[in-house]
Design a protein around this ligand. Structure first.
Ligand SMILES: [Zn+2]
Length: 315
């Protein structure tokens, strides 16, 4: 039996798992990342946890065929990180080589959302497909595009950064510094921003009541929950966000024409109420031919998607 290791390196927590050759997670553990201690220390701590997990499952190093690490930033050629989204680490270091030296096991890197995308495409909601787009709707909007079973990483590792396609000329300011990005409208942050600006002028609704007027407590989930409970004010926000989601996804369909769209991340947990709006809006933004046989599904692997993506880099 061959075994692989999937590592999902996050700003706060790092998830580490050992997979068999069928992509089943045999054992996993989450550790604090403590990125401020530096790159090498962090990689050594990750390797220490891997060794411990290998011991617990009585798997020898000679049966370990690869370590796949998901990194928050664009990854070039599965080895170099162009920049880190939230770490103060030196760039242009060959992390694959460094981790290979520490562990003695071949190591490949990929952008963290791309790892989720290949995990879902191979073992989750996209299983059996050869083309899929994963849209990760969290604090931001991330994405991963698989075409002919190959991930689109691009020359500089920025392939699949769907959160920054422009939906509105000179629109809302985005975290990337530009305006009108998909992410500024369809992320959890975008939902909260839109809801707060509407609540400032309209307080006669269930959403405001459910917060007891404390707008600081507001989460995207509150908006969806109130919409499900029949609050017209919240449903208007769902329609507003769903429209931009439909526009962004419609643009992607027109370029890639995938078999499956996989929605993952916190905003996707809104479920049918948002999905129904998106499906309806897609008729307006996507060429009809791209909707023929298209499946739109929620991600199936949850927090395990990134770990499972680790093995896909070696298949
Ligand atoms: Zn942007």
């Amino acid at each position: 039996m061959k075994y692989y290791i999937g590592v999902d390196l996050g700003g706060t927590n790092t998830k580490i798992g050992i997979l068999d050759e069928n992509g089943e997670i045999l054992i996993k553990e989450t550790i604090k990342t403590f990125s401020e201690k530096g790159m090498e220390t962090t990689l050594n701590r990750i390797w220490g946890t891997i060794e411990k997990l290998m011991d617990q499952k009585e798997i020898g190093k000679e049966n370990m065929c690869g370590i796949g690490i998901g990194i928050p930033g664009p990854v070039i050629n599965e080895e170099i990180v162009a920049f880190f989204a939230n770490f103060d680490w030196e760039v242009n270091i060959n992390i694959s080589e460094l981790m290979g030296k520490i562990s003695g096991i071949p190591t490949k890197l990929e952008n963290d959302v791309n790892m989720i995308a290949v995990g879902e495409s191979k073992f989750g909601a996209g299983k059996g497909s050869t083309s899929s787009i994963t849209v990760a709707l969290g604090t931001g909007v991330g994405g991963g595009i698989v075409v002919n079973s190959k991930l689109i990483s691009g020359m500089n590792g920025a392939g699949g950064e769907i959160g920054h396609i422009k939906l509105v000329e000179d629109g809302k300011l985005c975290g990337c510094g530009q305006r009108g990005c998909f992410e500024a409208y369809a992320s959890a942050t975008g939902v909260i921003r839109e809801a707060k600006s509407r609540l400032a002028v309209n307080k006669n609704n269930l959403l405001y009541k459910s917060l007891d007027g404390n707008l600081e407590k507001l989460e995207a989930k509150d908006v969806f929950d109130c919409a499900k409970a029949g609050d017209g004010f919240s449903m208007e926000i769902v329609n507003y966000v769903g429209n931009y989601l439909g526009m962004g996804i419609g643009n992607l369909l027109n370029v890639i024409n995938p078999e499956v769209i996989i929605l993952s991340g916190g905003v996707a947990l809104a479920g049918e109420i948002l999905l129904d709006v998106v499906k309806d809006k897609l008729k307006k933004y996507a060429m009809p031919v791209t909707l023929n046989k298209l499946e739109i599904k929620l991600g199936e692997l949850g927090n395990d998607a990134g770990i499972k993506g680790g093995i896909v880099l070696f298949l």
